[in-house]
Design a protein. Structure first.
Length: 238
């Protein structure tokens, strides 16, 4: 009776480990994912690895590639646009509701999150910066007091982790702008100003989307150039 639950838990653990490596860049775009190697690295059988890869494929993090098996999908500017268009609406609504419903909680707990974000920037750790950023936004969602809004946002966090990791590894200055905007959003929520909170929340996501899109497009162009070089080298070798 305990077998299925144990297998599912193991699948989830493998899924999270692979996804973490993708988000942190350890597994780069177009990297091959060989089941036997992953199973050995994680000290599990091939079955949970296979199931984890199926979940990752369904969610767009890996894909089947001709003659290469399963590979990490490159970041896609169109996917970024789609995700951040939805996030702009959700974050704007969450900020509005938080200002209406939880200004006291924001006043009591928000400054700690801002300080943690600033400390993460000072540390230079990309992982800490991503964790702090997501913690701030999840706090706003919690303050909104709307479970449906939180549920709608949940599927996006892994993509947010991945895109932030890819960008922050090459552009550190973005972090300071992000936390200045977070502080302004928090001030509006604490002031119980829903109109300003929503506007700042939406503007924050829209600006992030534009900045990230520039970097993703550059990464896509570089990946295309690399692929072309590999193809030419393969033809020359053949």
């Amino acid at each position: 009776m305990t077998g299925p639950a144990h297998v599912q838990t193991l699948v989830e653990q493998v899924y999270e480990r692979i996804l973490l490596e993708i988000c942190e860049g350890t597994l780069a775009p177009n990297a091959r994912l060989i089941q036997d190697e992953l199973a050995a690295a994680y000290e599990v059988s091939r079955q949970p690895v296979q199931q984890a890869l199926m979940l990752l494929r369904d969610r767009g993090f890996v894909a089947d590639a001709p003659k290469r098996g399963v590979v990490v999908t490159p970041l896609d500017a169109e996917v970024l646009r789609d995700v951040y268009e939805v996030r702009e609406v959700l974050d704007g609504l969450a900020c509005r509701l938080a200002a209406q419903r939880a200004s006291d909680r924001a006043r009591a707990e928000g400054d700690v999150l801002i300080r943690q974000g600033q400390e993460a920037i000072a540390s230079g750790s990309v992982a800490r910066q991503i964790t702090a950023d997501i913690a701030f936004h999840r706090f706003i969602y919690a303050c909104a007091g709307n479970a449906s809004v939180e549920e709608a946002a949940r599927p996006h966090w892994h993509f947010v982790r991945r895109i932030m990791g890819a960008v922050l590894r090459v552009e550190r200055r973005i972090s300071s702008d992000i936390w200045s905007e977070h502080a302004a959003i928090l001030d509006a929520i604490v002031a119980s100003d829903p109109d300003r909170a929503e506007r700042l929340g939406r503007d924050h996501i829209a600006r992030a989307a534009k900045k990230f899109a520039v970097h993703v497009q550059a990464l896509q162009a570089q990946a295309g150039a690399d692929q072309k070089r590999r193809s030419l080298a393969h033809r020359a070798a053949g």
